[in-house]
Design a protein around this ligand. Structure first.
Ligand code: AMP
Ligand code: MG
Length: 425
């Protein structure tokens, strides 16, 4: 995918307002600049879990490989069955799943057969066992037990024909795909190489876990949430630690990160005041746009390129980091990983179980708990205080309530859009 315009061209466009960029617009703009990885590796299918297929996969076999029975019963020749009367057939053997009958069924004969067992030669139809009974002289099939030839029989290749496309390049490998690959006897696949993501936290006040805290210092939690979110997306992670707000140190960190990674993510240092010197620094190292997204939390966001790497400068507040990651970075990483058809996170409606306060103007992502309403539907209430530093709100929440910019206060009972966090986290 070639970028259709440069970041510089974008920043000169008439309708582009970096001081109030709607969420959808920012997401779409980022998409314009993403070129997926192209390098490919061959891996055992187990190692392909959570990776993305880099080549189409065709079925090397017919699935199922042979005509077989869809149920336990009797393999018969349809032409043998009398129309109105019971038919007596001679039992000549059995066909088990994995142990086929190797003779042939001739006129007037039947073979006991079990689900998944290969259809014996000569037989074309299976009578379910409830419609037949064994008698001293053979097997009595009830009148009308089957109505057409081929009934209760699965045909070779009815699931997949040999040579048929099974997966397209861009398909993420999940447990179902692993099972399908195994069912076709495929032990190795081509996948795109993992995306390399480097990240660091900025801030003089930050200390790493294991260090003592002086007054006013806090532990760096963003590197841990980022680690978790990136790990879940199957990225190769380069944790560069905490970098103090010192221009020389920041410059070195940005350069090192961009040299080794496909994507560089930082937290902190992009809000007003701090942004000024980071802005200058990044203008020198690459092309970076500083945006005020019309959203809450997560207002300041920087996006651009440093060398060949994509750069996301996330806000410092712990909740803002997670919200901006899920709303912008996740989507972009999926595209960069080579996934086809990256769809927006699905939203559905739930009913407010308590009122919500909101000022019109921005998209809000309120942390909330979704639960059954007892009447077959779903209700949702916020976790309480929505401050962007309150990380426990993310831990308590199982969803975001997504409130459109024009929305104001809402009463109990109002329908709202909800995005589930499970499956993303
Ligand atoms: P900043 O965007 O750098 O102004 O940071 C905004 C707020 O988030 C400040 O209160 C910071 O102390 C806090 N913060 C920044 N980075 C981190 C971090 N890595 N872990 C926890 N809190 C942070
Ligand atoms: Mg800071």
């Amino acid at each position: 995918m070639e970028a259709t315009r440069t970041l510089r061209e974008l920043s000169c466009a008439d309708d582009y307002d970096p001081d109030s960029l709607p969420v959808d617009r920012a997401r779409a703009l980022i998409r314009e600049f993403l070129a997926p990885v192209t390098a490919v590796e061959r891996v055992h299918i187990r190692s392909a879990l959570d990776r993305v297929l880099a080549a189409d996969v065709e079925s090397p076999l017919d699935v199922p490989g042979h005509d077989n029975s869809a149920m336990d019963g009797w393999a018969v020749r349809f032409a043998d069955l009398g129309g109105k009367a019971e038919t007596i057939l001679r039992r000549i053997g059995e066909s088990f799943a994995g142990k086929p009958f190797d003779g042939e069924v001739h006129a007037g004969e039947t073979v006991r057969i079990f689900t998944g067992a290969v259809m014996p030669r000569g037989a074309d139809t299976v009578v379910m066992q409830e419609r037949a009974r064994e008698i001293p002289t053979g097997v009595a099939v009830a009148a009308g037990a089957v109505t057409k030839a081929g009934q209760n029989r699965r045909f070779a290749g009815e699931d997949l024909k040999r040579g048929a496309p099974v997966f397209r390049a861009g398909q993420p490998v999940r447990p179902a795909e692993l099972g399908m690959l195994a069912s076709l006897g495929i032990g190795e696949v081509s996948v795109y190489r993992r995306l390399r993501v480097a990240f660091f936290s900025t801030g003089d006040e930050l200390r790493s876990v294991g260090q003592p805290l002086a007054t006013g210092e806090i532990y760096d939690s963003n590197r841990y949430t980022l680690y978790g979110m990136l790990k879940r997306l199957g990225c190769e992670i380069i944790d560069m630690g905490v970098v103090a707000d010192v221009p020389e140190l920041l410059e070195r960190a940005f350069r090192d990160a961009a040299d080794t990674a496909d994507v560089v993510i930082t937290s902190g240092g992009v809000s007003v005041g701090e942004a000024d010197f980071v802005k200058e620094l990044l203008a020198k190292l690459g092309e970076v746009l500083f945006w005020k997204i019309a959203m809450k939390p997560g207002r300041p966001l920087a996006y651009g390129r440093i060398g060949n790497a994509h750069f996301f400068g996330l806000p410092g507040n712990p909740v803002s980091v997670m919200v901006t990651f899920y709303e912008f970075v996740r989507d972009a990483l999926l595209v960069l990983q080579g996934r086809g058809n990256v769809a927006p996170v699905p939203m559905f409606k739930a009913t407010l179980a308590a009122p919500i306060r909101k000022a019109p103007g921005r998209t809000e992502f309120q942390r909330a708990v979704l639960s059954p309403d007892g009447a077959g539907g779903w209700q949702v209430r916020t976790t309480g205080d929505q401050g962007s530093g309150i990380l426990s709100s993310m831990s308590q929440a199982n969803c975001f309530i997504v409130l459109a910019p024009e929305t104001g206060n809402l009463d109990t009972g109002a329908p709202v859009d909800v995005q589930l966090l499970e499956g993303l986290l």
